[in-house]
Ligand binder design. Structure first.
Ligand SMILES: CC(C)(COP(=O)(O)OP(=O)(O)OC[C@H]1O[C@@H](n2cnc3c(N)ncnc32)[C@H](O)[C@@H]1OP(=O)(O)O)[C@@H](O)C(=O)NCCC(=O)NCCS
Length: 162
């Protein structure tokens, strides 16, 4: 909701997250909340409804059935929450949004996220060299994806439970 955007902007600009993402202006987030091609979620963890981070999907109405994990940012790191989110997001993309392709890009310096995506079955497609400008120099983007058949195989192999 629009009322969540103060939290979202705060998480996005947190020094622990900033090196791994390109933060948006509030108006971009407002657009993503309103525009039906996007889904903009708050991640809640624990027993209450405490906000733990946020997720943005894009391409939810894609005629190509290509859904993008546009952004995932979690405040508590290294506790398995990212894996739980990625698993839920795959289910949402393939089962609920009927995606054929679920894809993302990740900065090449972001080894934690790359490890997570690869261990969750995403396949590296290639690298967009020097696609992101940094304060000093550039970083590349690694493009990764999963196709619906690959997801179905993982479900059949019981790799998507939990
Ligand atoms: C990326 C992110 C969503 C992952 O969530 P998380 O809750 O920290 O991830 P998890 O704890 O579920 O899993 C992290 C995995 O990475 C591994 N890992 C941690 N640091 C690592 C590193 N430097 N190199 C390689 N692997 C690393 C962990 O060991 C774990 O793998 P394992 O379960 O096989 O041991 C979260 O850390 C985050 O929000 N980071 C900042 C923003 C960001 O990078 N977003 C993604 C942009 S594409």
């Amino acid at each position: 909701m629009l009322s969540d955007l103060d939290f979202v902007l705060g998480v996005e600009r947190d020094a622990a997250n900033l090196p791994f993402i390109t933060p948006w202006e509030r108006t971009q987030h407002e657009g993503a909340v309103r525009f039906p091609d996007f889904r903009h979620f708050i991640v809640e963890a624990g027993t209450g409804t405490q906000a733990a981070g946020f997720v943005i999907l894009q391409g939810c109405r894609s005629p190509h059935r290509a859904v993008e994990l546009k952004r995932i940012v979690l405040q508590a790191k290294g506790q398995g929450l990212g894996r739980a989110c990625v698993r839920l997001l795959k289910r949402m993309a393939f089962r609920d949004l009927r995606a054929h392709r679920f894809w993302l890009d990740v900065k090449s310096r972001n080894l934690r996220a790359q490890h997570l995506y690869e261990s969750e079955g995403f396949v590296v497609e290639g690298t967009l060299r020097d696609a992101v400008r940094l304060d000093e120099g550039y970083d590349s983007l690694v493009v990764m994806s999963m196709l619906e058949g690959e997801y179905a195989e993982r479900v059949a192999a019981d790799q998507e439970s939990g």
